[in-house]
Write a protein that binds this ligand. Structure first.
Ligand code: C2O
Ligand code: CU
Length: 473
């Protein structure tokens, strides 16, 4: 594309590091408009020596991790061009966009962008934080192939720190072992994996490489902006020789707390952590998974241990709490969303398709493995209908031994109560990771009109039963 925008150039120049001094934006001032070109295309890529070069699908914005940066209060106009051979869309995950801009086609109102076609997405940056954007068409396949990028909305009110972006992903490969792997897209086809943890790849990458170069501020705290871009893997990041404080979850600042126990960090979620070296040896990140061990280690470059710098920075992070999203104490509606495996001993059948009960074999043979309120064919909905400004509560029940990551489009929600120790109560989120069995109640104040998907972000689950929506009028 010849038309390189100012922002694309800026992004390319900074390579995703902290952009300081862009000028403070006073909330309420007339929004500015920034243009960015986003080209979906296939590009020969190498993940490092472990895997043979292959054609990765990517959003070309001229940066690693396809980073788009904007300022709180701006509106981004993303000039999207589809240079892939397949139709696609762009979904702005975590952003409160208007109807038609959300990147979900069909009745949800966004166009399916055909090969060679363009579309202009208007993305108002109403919420500062670490967000992302990704394909929402044939999502399992397209996201697994790499169609995603980070969208960082800067908050000029926050301390400006040295930043390290960490995008986690895994890749489906085959081959005898390290150095001899080849990408294997057939793993993305319908399989029993959908009925388990979803599709997981054997090769882990950070920022698109097996051997990432991770930097720490030479002095003082580093802000890590983490994204789990995998389609099925729940990570449990932890650190060694470091002090680590969580300052934002899914991009929304929370009351800072020390990361003493690894959190369940599900697909689609973001986590912002302030990090400072502590103790002897190199500071390391471990990418554990579920409950098994601390996982693969990644080293950071050297930083100076300086007790105190991190603590001084923390008060600069105050919980994000826009009045228009604050749920009322009493909800006007309360609904249940029961997440279940196919029933083994229900008298009428294993699950419903088009309103009719079906037996286990016919569901499994058609790759339907999950139930939302007994429904196996993604046809449940609307889960509820409400008006803008109304407070709705959803009682989630995980009737399965598997993780699920419930993601709300266009809405930030609060966990009100939960039987899981890993749910932070009271922070805004757009996705909640459930480990096996817990129940939780979330509350939300409906924000703007539209049909809004609510689905599991373990994408093999999304396509095999775990998709519904709600309607805001
Ligand atoms: Cu991040 Cu419906 O998706
Ligand atoms: Cu799930």
């Amino acid at each position: 594309m010849s038309k390189l925008s100012r922002r694309t150039i800026l992004n390319a120049a900074t390579g995703g590091l902290c952009v300081a001094g862009l000028g403070a934006l006073i909330p309420g001032r007339a929004a500015t408009l920034a243009n960015v070109d986003v080209v979906a295309r296939s590009q020969q890529t190498s993940l490092g020596r472990a895997v043979r070069p292959f054609d990765r699908w990517t959003y070309d914005t001229g940066t690693t991790n396809s980073i788009i940066r904007g300022q709180f209060g701006e509106t981004i106009q993303a000039n999207f061009l589809n240079r892939l051979d397949a139709p696609t869309t762009v979904h702005w995950h975590g952003l409160r966009v208007s109807k038609g801009m959300d990147g979900v086609s069909g009745k949800f109102g966004s166009p399916l962008v055909q090969p060679g076609e363009t579309f202009e997405y208007q993305v108002p940056l109403r919420d500062p934080g670490t967000h992302w954007y990704h394909s929402h068409h044939d999502s399992l396949n397209q996201i697994a192939r790499g169609l995603y990028g980070l969208l960082i909305v800067e908050n000029p009110q926050e301390p400006s720190l040295f930043e390290q972006v960490l995008v986690f992903d895994d890749w489906t490969v085959m081959g005898p072992g390290r150095g001899n792997y080849e990408i294997n897209w057939t793993k993305l086809e319908p399989s029993l994996a959908w009925g388990h943890d979803g599709v997981k790849g054997r090769v882990l990458t950070i920022n698109g490489t097996v051997n990432p170069r991770l930097e720490l501020a030479f002095e003082g705290a580093t802000r890590l902006r983490m994204l789990n871009a995998a389609t099925g893997r729940v990570f449990r990041p932890s650190f060694e020789n470091a002090r680590a404080w969580v300052v934002a979850m899914d991009g929304y600042t929370c009351q800072p707390f020390e990361l003493s126990e690894p959190l369940f960090f599900g697909p689609g979620q973001r986590l912002d952590v302030l990090l400072e070296p502590a103790g002897l040896g190199r500071t390391q990140l471990f990418l554990g998974e579920n409950l098994f061990g601390k996982g693969t280690g990644f080293e950071f470059g050297l930083g100076l241990e300086s007790s105190g710098a991190l603590a001084e920075t923390l008060p600069g992070f105050t919980p994000y709490a826009p009045a228009e999203l604050q749920p009322e104490l009493r909800a006007s509606q309360r609904v249940t969303l029961d997440m279940s495996e196919l029933y083994r001993d229900h008298p009428e059948g294993a699950g419903k398709v088009k309103g009719e009960w079906q037996d286990w074999d016919s569901l499994v043979n058609s790759h339907r493995y999950w139930l939302f309120n007994d429904v196996a064919d993604n046809s449940l909905g609307p889960l509820f209908t409400g008006r803008v400004g109304e407070t709705v509560e959803v009682d989630f029940v995980n009737n399965s031994a598997t993780h699920h990551v419930m993601h709300f489009h266009g809405q930030h929600v609060k966990v009100k109560s939960s039987t899981s120790a890993s749910h932070e109560i009271g922070n805004f989120r757009d996705s909640i990771t459930f480990e096996a069995w817990p129940k939780a109640t979330i509350a939300m104040k409906l924000d703007r009109p539209g049909l809004r998907p609510l689905h599991c972000h373990i994408l093999g689950h999304q396509v095999s039963g775990m998709f519904t929506y709600y309607e805001v009028t």
